[in-house]
Design a protein around this ligand. Structure first.
Ligand code: HSE
Length: 316
């Protein structure tokens, strides 16, 4: 078995309308890799792990706390349960994604590691078995098991978490012509913290309205009504409570709408926000506006993206 390098793309969970139920994989249109890479290779020791890349300084120092180590330990445990044994191997995590950004940073590391481990062992686990492990690991970080980052990061496209009849998720037809302008302000928001501030219950009217939004959004995807899909991307569950964690979010959201964004919302648990543009010209205007009004420091960035229909993949 030779060296493998697996790239796992960024993802945007919720799409406003589907809290914990929807997520899309995202890639910049300029071809840059917005995601993590895990390299796996044979080793003369039982196990070695090295972490490199710009955001490595934000990772826990103790190796057992590194999510890639945890992915390895879980993979080894599950393989043992079916009579297999992990090979001697060395993993290198290239941590390119900012932590606590709302772009599925932990999912990128988890997905790249498990896909690399599975391929290195000649695919002992099915896609859904691997995805179940990814959800378990994501749950350790964010405090609850949800698949809306790991599923699109692994499988690509827009995924709906059906969690029934043997499928954790199923792909939805989506709007490939939409441009996603993603703005990460450069500050950190932990998913656990952003979940803790949500209310314990919602009113009947809120539940009914949110069900109508999500049902209509899914219908719009299947019937190719991009206008209906965009207006249904509304969030009564998280956005009203999370916007206080984001810098000037209500003003910036309005500013993006005034510039022609079809939909504006929080990516995952934030603080990245997304604005959807109908064409490249609008996307570029939104990008300049967000750069001026939403970025807080030098760590922040803007990417004009499209939905990534490939998901995790081997790099040449
Ligand atoms: N659905 C999750 C949330 C995504 O919004 O808390 C964060 O990873």
């Amino acid at each position: 078995m030779t060296t493998l390098r697996i790239y796992a793309p960024a993802s945007s969970a919720n799409l406003s309308v589907g809290f914990d139920s929807l997520g899309a994989a995202i890639s910049p249109i300029d071809g840059s890799l917005l995601g993590d890479v895990v390299q796996i290779e044979p080793c003369d020791q039982p196990f070695e792990l090295e972490s490199v890349g710009y955001f490595v300084r934000k990772l826990p120092k103790e190796v057992q706390k590194n999510i890639v180590y945890q992915a390895y330990a879980l993979f080894a445990e599950r393989l043992k349960l079916r009579g297999g044994e992990v090979k001697q191997l060395r993993l290198t995590l290239e941590k390119n994604m900012p932590i606590g950004s709302g772009l599925g940073s932990s999912a990128c590391s988890i997905v790249a590691a498990l896909v690399a481990l599975n391929q290195f062992h000649d695919e002992p686990f099915s896609k859904m078995e691997l995805l179940e492990m990814m959800g378990e690991l994501e749950g350790r970080i964010s405090g609850s098991v949800h698949y809306d980052n790991v599923a699109p990061c692994y499988l690509g496209g827009l995924q709906l978490m059906t969690q029934s009849l043997g499928n954790i998720c199923q792909p939805l037809p989506f709007f490939d012509h939409w441009y996603w302008v993603l703005a990460y302000p450069g500050i950190e928001v932990s998913t656990a913290e952003a979940r803790a501030i949500l209310p314990k219950s919602y009113t009947r009217q809120e539940v009914i309205s949110q069900a109508r939004f999500l049902g209509s959004f899914v219908h719009a995807c299947h019937t190719h009504q991009d206008g209906l899909a965009a207006v249904m991307m509304k969030d009564l569950i998280a956005e009203p409570y999370r916007e206080s964690l984001l810098p000037n979010f209500p003003e910036v959201r309005q500013g993006c709408k005034d510039l022609g964004a079809l939909s504006v919302g929080i990516s995952g648990s934030g603080p990245t926000m997304f604005a959807i543009a109908p064409d490249l010209e609008h996307a570029q205007k939104l990008s300049s506006y967000l750069e001026k009004h939403y970025l807080q420091n030098n760590e922040g960035f803007i990417h004009i993206c499209k939905v990534d229909n490939f998901g995790a993949r081997a790099l040449k």
